[in-house]
Ligand binder design. Structure first.
Ligand code: ATR
Length: 272
């Protein structure tokens, strides 16, 4: 029941209409009888949105594409891990003081470790935005050998340098040794579901292929990887793990993670 004590939360991004954060968090709030409600806002100017959060007393928010890096300059405080990563995907408003956190890191590492070791593996990360920063930092922390590939070369080179890893232009990917391939770009996301971030012939049997895109659950990248016999990891695990960490930060309660996963899978048209 929404009343004058209901706490408001939201996800801020652009595009946002595909987001399943409202489904995931609203079902978790009601499952534990938490008096909260979660919206999705299409935000072009992240600074203005943060001013609005302060003005309206919105309690917390998820931050998504393309604001994970730029949001940081508008916050009162950024937690140490998020600072090291250089990106924020979650904020909390404590009596007007807004602090940023990064749970993409935790989500990506947990999702990967369910299916593969990372230590000593050659890991290629596609993208150099906020999600790539968190995933790349996770790979380095777990002892993986990281290579960054990005459409905009200088942005990719800059991230690779920051993470003391290598940069590889997309055109040179073919000859590169790759055990684990992770897409952090929006390529293949609904509604552009036929797009694929690397050439099909560059996806090789024996690779573990993970996509941070969760809508559709089986992206074209994962579909091709499956036909080649690769181990695949869809974006739902990373999404749900980071969502559970957000939920626990905001409510102080244990996240009903199985229910959250189930609701997300249902919304994606999967039965389990
Ligand atoms: P997020 O915070 O979710 O990572 P972002 O910071 O906007 O979002 O980063 C998106 C990443 O996806 C960037 O690396 C971007 O590449 P550029 O640096 O060249 O912009 C990449 N990306 C977005 N659309 C792409 C496309 N159509 N093809 C290839 N890469 C794309």
């Amino acid at each position: 029941m929404i009343n004058s004590n209901t706490s408001l939360y939201a996800v801020l991004g652009d595009p946002i209409s595909h987001s399943l954060s409202p489904v995931m968090h609203n079902s978790a709030f009601s499952h534990i009888d938490y008096n909260g409600v979660y919206f999705a806002f299409k935000v072009e100017e992240i600074g203005n949105a943060i001013t609005g959060i302060r003005a309206l007393g919105i309690k917390g928010a998820g931050i998504t594409i393309p604001h994970k890096v730029t949001v940081m300059e508008f916050l009162d405080e950024v937690d140490n891990l998020a600072k090291k990563i250089g990106a924020v995907n979650t904020i909390v408003n404590r009596k007007g003081k807004i602090t940023g956190y990064n749970f993409d890191f935790l989500g990506a590492v947990k999702a990967l470790k369910e299916k593969t070791d990372i230590k000593g593996k050659n890991v290629s990360v596609l993208g150099a935005g906020g999600a790539a920063r968190a995933v790349g930092y996770g790979i380095i922390s777990e002892g993986g050998r990281l290579t960054i590939l990005n459409r905009t070369i200088d942005k990719g080179e800059k991230l690779a340098e920051e993470l003391e890893s290598e940069f590889c232009p997309f055109s040179d990917f073919k000859g590169r040794k790759c055990d684990i391939l992770i897409n952090t770009t929006p390529v293949g996301m609904h509604p552009h579901v036929r797009d694929i971030p690397v050439a099909k012939e560059d996806i090789k049997k024996g690779m573990v292929v993970m996509d941070a895109v969760y809508s559709p659950i089986k992206t074209n990248l994962l579909r091709v990887a499956e036909t080649k016999g690769c181990v695949t990891i869809d974006g739902v695990s990373m999404f749900v793990y980071q969502g559970a960490a957000q939920f626990e930060l905001w409510t102080g309660k244990k996240a009903p993670i199985d229910l959250m996963r189930k609701r997300v899978l249902n919304a994606l048209g999967c039965s389990s």
